[in-house]
Design a protein around this ligand. Sequence first.
Ligand code: OXD
Ligand code: MN
Length: 605
Amino acid sequence: MNINGSEKLASLKNKKVEKILDEYITLLKPASVTILNDSEKDQEYIKQLAVKNNEEKPLKMEGHTIHYDSPKDQGRDLVNTRVLVKPGVQLGKAIKTTDREEGLKEVFEIMDGIMEGKEMLVKFYCLGPHNSKFSLPAMQITDSAYVLHSEDILYRQGFDMFKELDDFFLFVHSAGKLENGVCVDIDKRRVYMDLDEERVFTVNNQYAGNSVGLKKLALRLAISKANKEDWLCEHMFLMGAKRKGRITYFTGAFPSACGKTSTAMIPGQSIIGDDIAYIRPDEEGYARGVNVEQGIFGIIADVNPKDDPLIYKTLTSPREIIFSNVLVQEDIPYWLNMGKDLPSEGTNFIGKWKKGMTVDGKEVLAAHKNARFCLRISELENVDENLHNPEGVRIRGFIYGGRDSDTNPPLLQSLSWAHGVYIGASVESETTAAALGKEGVRKHNPMSNVEFLVVPLGVYIENHLKFGEGLDVPPLIFSTNYFLKEDGEFLNAKTDKKVWLMWMEGRVHEEFGALETPIGFIPKYEDLKKLFEMVFSKAYTKNNYEEQFSIKTGKLLERLDRIEEIYKVEEDIPQMFHDHLEQQRERLKDAQKKLGDVISPFKFE
Ligand code: OXD
Ligand code: MN
């Protein structure tokens, strides 16, 4: 077999890498193999290959390209993504598993010869900043230049880390058969995680949530590792909140498409990451975190000059960006709710598109709701100076967001770390387009991480409890809900999240008081009034406050029952979790009896 770049391989002197290559060359049977290092030249090679292979097409603006996924591969595959487990291993109801031996046999059969006639690409990356206790090395094998181009944007290069190293994550991917640069054998799509060997096999897909090893696949391997080693690997953004000339770092876990990227991008603040954080204790007893990534694979729908001015500006100027599954006309990309009229025809993920077109009786929108952009965080004006700091940053607050139209108030602070873990473990969200399946269904999503959990929920919750208890200054825990409605209308403007963030920042520095309710602390009216005035020069009325922050005991009790039902069938949930649930129920029932079903926040003064 002719290996391009064999001298690079030799320079690594890595027996394990060489063995892996032999093994997968034999299995995948590529026509050629190319080993890539961190050089500009190799990155340029990949960019050009993605275009040559038709997986990307250049757009009008310099550096912009468009990639399309199959109409059936527009989100993460929840059915065929599985953890391989040995006989007798139980991971609980939330996690899809397959017997390890059977799964390996199946996926190796699908992968046998899948790269015939194709070029196998091999590259090395670093999850987390370089030279840091957070760094985890990862090796990627793929036949998709789009996957490697995405990884070159989203992750730090890691070739040098592999010199004689034998502990790393491995991702083996093939897009399978392509037509017009798009993979076609979707019915044979598989994403199988082999935790024992810290490797993932993913095949017959291109949507980055399924194909890009270092993203959601590495997230799962790292969750397994973190839970064995007592640190946290979370589906969280990491950002700096700026107030009074200081900067305070927050992480936030939101289910997909629930305002996570736009929270991380709140104007006037700084961003470290929008999706995945590793968090470890530091010597002074604080939590420290890093962004695992260095780029954003963000949802592009709704990015418009009014709601997300910074991202919009970045997306509409020349720089390296991969757009996916948007509408293109005359080499210009268009997406849903971008703040201007869209053309009535063009090309999108189904091919040639015209307004009003239907497929299987359903109208096809101009662009997919889960269409994405992929760019480096360093391209953003609000990039935080600590993006690559090997020490990470001190995290003072965790934010858990959900998507809930009728129950939770927009903002809440937990009564304690353990109560915060209970809040995080009870996140519910109405489903969106980021995962395949029906939209708008209320789903339990603990720490917004449920789709990536590979350890039993009980172990995961226990690890959170222990993590906070081990800190001298644990992060405060908050929850937000941007989606509260009354008579079908949202009760908050999209931009209100900036006020919530300023309040959380003030709470960290003990500058605002709060009202204690049965479900946690809520802001005082006067503080919000001042913040709305200061941040937006906007009047915030008592009526606004009352509508948004009333405690709906009946609905909250119903929600609590739903959560209890779910946890009843999970094994080994820490007693402390059940205690918090029971205490919250008692507090709610008490308040309901004394103050009524829907309680004005002013009653808690
Ligand atoms: C993502 C997701 O793409 O969570 O970040 O789906
Ligand atoms: Mn995500």
